[in-house]
Design a protein around this ligand. Sequence first.
Ligand code: PLP
Length: 457
Amino acid sequence: MSPQDDALRRTALADHYAAQNLAAPAAMDAFWMPFTANRQFRGTPRLLASAEGMYYRDVDGRQILDGTAGLWCCNAGHARPRIVEAVARQVATLDFAPNFQMGSPLPFVLAERLKAIAPRPLDHVFYTNSGSESVDTALKIALAYHRARGEGQRIRLIGRENAYHGVGFGGISVGGLPNNRKWFGPGLPAVDHLRHTLDIGRNAFSRGLPAHGVELAEDLERLVQLHDASTIAAVIIEPISGSAGVILPPPGYLQRIREICDRHGILLIFDEVITGFGRVGEPFAAQRFGVTPDMMTTAKGLTSGCVPMGAVFVSEMIHRAFMQGADSAIDLFHGYTYTGHPLACAAALATLDTYEEEGLFTRALELEAYWQEGLHALRGKPHVIDIRNYGLIGAVELAPQDGAPGARGYQVLERAFRKGLLVRITGDTVALSPPLIVERRHIDDIFSMLGEVLDGL
Ligand code: PLP
């Protein structure tokens, strides 16, 4: 960016603060931004000011096409009037209601709606406020379930290398991203990791699911042999990972994991925080892959990102194990002040209406081939070493710069933003996941802008 552009941007930012009666952002350092190189960011801030449909506008009024549904969450697009009105109405009617030993109608209504779109027998819903909380909730339910059945020795949890399950202590323990773990001590005891299924050597530029790697599911059988099944509580897997760089399951992989879990009485948890709510052409990836877990963790698309909310879907079998004691006994000592928050429930109900009325749960399937063609046309651009896709998910992996892993990815993020395109990066992988209201013309724009950015690398 030229010094003049930079000065202009800073003036626009100062104007924005003035319009809001805020102090000028001289240093911008009171807000400690998450997962961000804060000092670098303050040098070239990217600040979004408004959003509608497929587009953001930044504080300078420039239009930015949303290639990532915010952070994989705004599946219905931005500022959809029906959702906006539902939230506004709700805050004026019932702004908050406790859900500890009393309640309000909406969480019950929403749970029935969610049950109706979930795979059977995931018939029960526990609300949280985020994906991280959903993961930690599911892990706790898994441990408590075995204990309730008299198998309290089943405490071992199994995740995968390179997995992302949020930032709670449970999530980082079963997660497999070194930077998210190594700063924070030992995490939960008795955790193991399967290998992940990303194998660029054998599967580079696969279209859809990669052909090779189903045998990696046997890692689970090996861990069972090592520790004995009687010590293992649960396996948690993202059917498709996003934050770890878009890792897809080879055909048959999830089925095989399910079989091994069934054989040994191990619970299977799918972390559907990014795959839930239509991302792969069905309400949940479990349905697209034809594999039903015992629990499903969700968040993000549940409210199309506009109010924080998560939900853990729990099978009838697990739920029943908690309903055995005296009627007067609390069945699960777990919950959040904002569990089933009325604003979140109102947002989720209006979001589900939008998904259903606009056919957004099947849209990813309808557009999959077109999306795939556009994405794979980027093959041959500078530094591109792999391209992966499924549903309305895409990843372009770049060769890392010598001695500076992640630098090339960051360059793409920055230049795409300047061009008017929002992308996600994880390391040197560019990840794409547009709102499900995306049209062909937006898809063309996403790949043409990204292509130009890659050409300039
Ligand atoms: N699980 C998965 C698979 C995710 O992709 C994410 C976030 O990207 C999370 C959990 C954490 O969700 P949150 O950031 O809402 O805590």
